[in-house]
Design a protein around this ligand. Structure first.
Ligand code: DPM
Length: 330
């Protein structure tokens, strides 16, 4: 394809690293096409001091990028897949899912503390996270051993707040830290195993969105798609969609492909205080990831997930909500 293809991106440091990687890969695979980047702010980048639950959840970090594609100001958009709602606006589709980075959650302990992981922290230590998913699972596992406090800002800001002593430890995605380079990645003290924290749906993968029916763009994107990651993420997203979870819900997953033909998916739903936690685990044929995702969602509902989520949605709708709001750590 000749001509210029315009890629929309949020303007945060991590978003731009990801977009420039996609731009480079596309440029290498399609030298005859020119790939440009249009940076923009999303609602979620503009409102930084209000809990997410108060500004509405779905599409907070994606809407402006989607409007630009529908207006033909851009041709595709690069997202952290975990920030992309499971239902896309009419006229847009997921054109590719890139190979997943490590999807697990990392713990970063303040450098002047002796502890190498959460286990070794003293009782009452202050842990920073704005993720309800991380909060609920850590409370479930550690009971009331730790105190938790909301933390905002990009990764550099969060690390600075940790170093200044405002927290004893923070929890972040391994993937974001790795993408920002070895200096950031070297700050990881420990990685949370699935027994303690299941990661967010789509965590570690990039989702490339484009106009449905735009065959020329879809053809360009095939080189970026990583089929095993795409199958796992489709199953995870189908589970989330069936649970009607927005991006800010205590829902976690863990997926694997076994012998190329079998997909396994674990899901967890927890209450904000960590008191209730339901799990489900199933395997199914890898060629129907959506069926597996909705079957795991059904198992979770049968185990009580619906009541847990309804209580959280009700809380989110109330004007008094104090639940920590997650904003992308850039
Ligand atoms: C979503 C959550 C967070 C981001 C909620 C969750 C974490 C917010 C926080 C949906 N998006 O994970 O339960 O800890 O305050 C985000 C990050 C990345 C994409 C940063 C992170 C990078 C990793 C990736 C923010 N979005 O999770 O530490 O691309 O998967």
């Amino acid at each position: 394809m000749s001509g210029t293809v315009c890629i929309g991106s949020r303007d945060s440091q991590l978003a731009l690293v990801q977009t420039h990687w996609v731009q480079g890969e596309l440029q290498r695979a399609h030298p005859e096409t020119q790939f440009s980047v249009l940076e923009m702010k999303t609602q979620g980048d503009k409102i930084l001091d209000v809990p997410l639950a108060k500004i509405g959840d779905k599409g907070l970090f994606t809407k402006e990028l989607e409007a630009a594609m529908l207006d033909r100001r851009t041709d595709l958009a690069v997202h952290s897949l975990k920030d992309l709602p499971t239902i896309l606006p009419e006229g847009l589709i997921l054109g590719a899912i890139t190979e997943r980075e490590d999807p697990r959650d990392a713990v970063i302990i303040r450098q002047d503390l002796e502890a190498a992981n959460l286990e070794q922290l003293p009782d009452g230590a202050l842990v920073g996270t704005s993720s309800l998913r991380r909060l609920a699972q850590l409370k479930h596992h550690y009971g009331d051993r730790f105190r938790f406090k909301d933390i905002r800002g990009n990764l550099n800001t969060r690390l600075r707040k940790l170093d200044e002593g405002q927290y004893d430890a923070i929890v972040l995605a391994v993937a974001g830290l790795k993408r920002l380079g070895s200096e950031m990645a070297s700050r990881i003290s420990d990685i949370l195993p699935p027994e303690i924290s299941l990661h967010a749906v789509g965590q570690g993968a990039l989702g490339i969105e484009c106009r449905s029916g735009d065959e020329a763009i879809l053809a360009l994107l095939t080189s970026l798609n990583h089929p095993p990651t795409a199958l796992r993420c489709r199953a995870e997203r189908a589970m989330l969609r069936a649970l009607e979870g927005g991006c800010q819900v205590p829902i976690g997953v863990y997926s694997e492909i076994k012998d190329d033909t079998t997909l396994s998916l674990q899901g967890v739903v927890a209450s904000l205080d960590g008191q209730q936690l339901v799990r489900a685990h199933r395997s199914g044929p890898a060629d129907d990831p959506e069926a597996l995702g909705s079957a795991v969602a059904d198992d979770l509902k049968a185990a009580g997930a619906q009541q847990i989520l309804e209580a959280i949605f009700k809380l989110a709708r109330s004007p008094e909500v104090i639940a920590p709001g997650a904003l992308p750590a850039q």
